[in-house]
Design a protein around this ligand. Structure first.
Ligand SMILES: Cc1cc2nc3c(=O)[nH]c(=O)nc-3n(C[C@H](O)[C@H](O)[C@H](O)COP(=O)(O)OP(=O)(O)OC[C@H]3O[C@@H](n4cnc5c(N)ncnc54)[C@H](O)[C@@H]3O)c2cc1C
Length: 387
């Protein structure tokens, strides 16, 4: 607590990827920064995710541009902070005609900046022997995705910023933020010219009115980590269910047919928002998921049916045996339900809330933070300030 009662240019609430990205951008701008974090280490959505930096899922335009800029920032930070950011790209498998059609439509009109190509089943078998060949119609390969291990990377990012002079107040809960101050739970104050609130899904407790006005929901996702002895894939893998999930594929003309077919096949895919992706860690373990359950459907208890459905779908995608579950967990993120992909709000003078990056915080936060800090320094209006 020794850094409380000091004065800073910027106070940041929350040490997830959104808070750390703002701390990086502000450090690069030469500001004196304090990061206030309730926990004794990052433990929110930012360490519970796949670690996929995923430009392929972002629609062309501003979101895609932010994703590609964030990719550059991750590659810049990783060697300095001492974690791996591997350029593994992604492989999107087609096992139905509608999946192949959507991927072709996507490649024709929405794949700018991704270096995407179509691989025939033979090419997939040659380059990725870990993919199941039976029933495979081909796959889209994109080069733009990174693999991060968030359990290590987020803590390493924080340590690196601390070594560059950022003050961290761990185990310190922010109770209120206003012009020039953050009020802490122990009744001390941090003084700062500006406060950026990056408190993830807990922002609903600090600024409930922002959540109300921006139509923000909470979403729970179930995840698994599997041992995969001596098996390597060398890329992120996604199947056809994923095409229902990301905005990037939204305008593909065949997508409604695909969605209807999936709904007929098993209504539980929609009920639990299941799609299946796999990210292999450097130690060989496979992180797989996920599901999407919103607000009232969120319980503290994980659902064995969801886990079983994810594992069964994975077994249709990948030719890997001897898997067993090493970890199970869930994460919760905040997401807007009005189709927007970000909250950047100013609920009170001197305070900016950056929130609701949904399932793309690792993909978008570094570039969004860069833009937020640049706008704050230039006192130019921020997108979303009207919220
Ligand atoms: C299972 C899962 C898989 C995902 N996969 C991906 C992926 O592969 N790629 C991708 O781009 N995105 C992914 N995401 C989304 C991404 O993880 C989130 O968008 C991102 O982590 C949100 O970051 P954040 O910093 O806003 O929140 P958090 O990481 O939750 O951090 C918020 C922090 O604020 C702290 N805090 C809260 N209130 C206070 C307070 N009052 N005082 C002090 N501290 C406070 C919390 O303790 C927490 O540490 C996934 C999310 C989940 C849950």
């Amino acid at each position: 607590m020794s850094n409380a009662n000091k004065s800073y240019d910027l106070a940041i609430i929350g040490a997830g990827i959104v808070g750390l990205s703002h701390a990086l951008a502000a450090t690069d701008a030469g500001l004196r920064i304090c990061v206030i974090e309730s926990d004794d280490r990052p433990s929110g959505a930012s360490i519970r995710n796949f670690g996929m930096v995923w430009p392929v899922g972002m629609p062309p335009g501003e979101a895609r541009a932010h994703a590609l800029r964030s990719r550059e920032i991750w590659l810049h930070v990783a060697p300095q902070a001492g974690f791996d950011a591997r350029a593994v790209g992604s492989l999107h498998l087609a096992r139905h005609e509608d999946e192949r059609a959507v991927l072709h439509e996507f490649m024709q009109r929405r794949a700018d900046g991704l270096h995407a190509e179509w691989l025939s089943p033979d090419e997939v078998a040659r380059r990725y022997p870990g993919v199941r060949p039976d029933g495979l119609l081909g796959a889209m390969r994109a080069e733009s995705e990174l693999a991060i291990d968030p359990r290590h990377a987020i803590a390493a990012w924080a340590d690196w910023l601390a070594s560059r002079g950022v003050s961290f107040l761990w185990n310190t809960h922010a109770r209120e933020a206003g012009q020039g101050f953050v009020q802490l739970a122990d009744a001390t104050r941090v003084e700062a010219d500006h406060v950026v609130v990056c408190s993830g899904q807990d922002t609903r407790l600090l600024f409930p009115d922002v959540y109300e006005r921006a139509s923000v929901s909470r979403c729970k996702l179930q995840m698994l980590r599997l041992s995969a002895p001596a098996w390597r894939i060398g890329t992120h893998v996604a199947g056809g269910l994923t095409l229902r999930h990301y905005k990037a594929f939204e305008d593909c003309p065949t997508l409604p047919d695909l969605k209807q077919r999936v709904a007929r096949e098993n209504p539980l895919y929609d009920r639990y928002g299941i799609h299946v992706m796999a990210a292999q860690r450097a130690d060989g373990t496979l992180v797989i998921g996920d599901s999407h359950e919103y607000d009232a459907a969120i319980t503290p208890f994980d659902n064995a049916t969801i886990e079983q459905m994810i594992l069964e779908y994975l077994a249709r995608m990948l030719d890997v045996e001897g898997l067993h579950v090493v970890n199970r967990w869930h994460g919760i993120y905040a997401k807007r339900t009005d189709g927007q992909w970000l909250v950047r709000a100013c609920p009170t003078p001197g305070v900016t809330v950056v929130n609701a990056l949904g399932g793309a915080g690792m993909t978008l936060a570094p570039a969004i933070a860069e833009a937020t800090i640049a706008a704050l320094r230039a006192s130019t209006p921020l997108q979303g300030l009207s919220i």
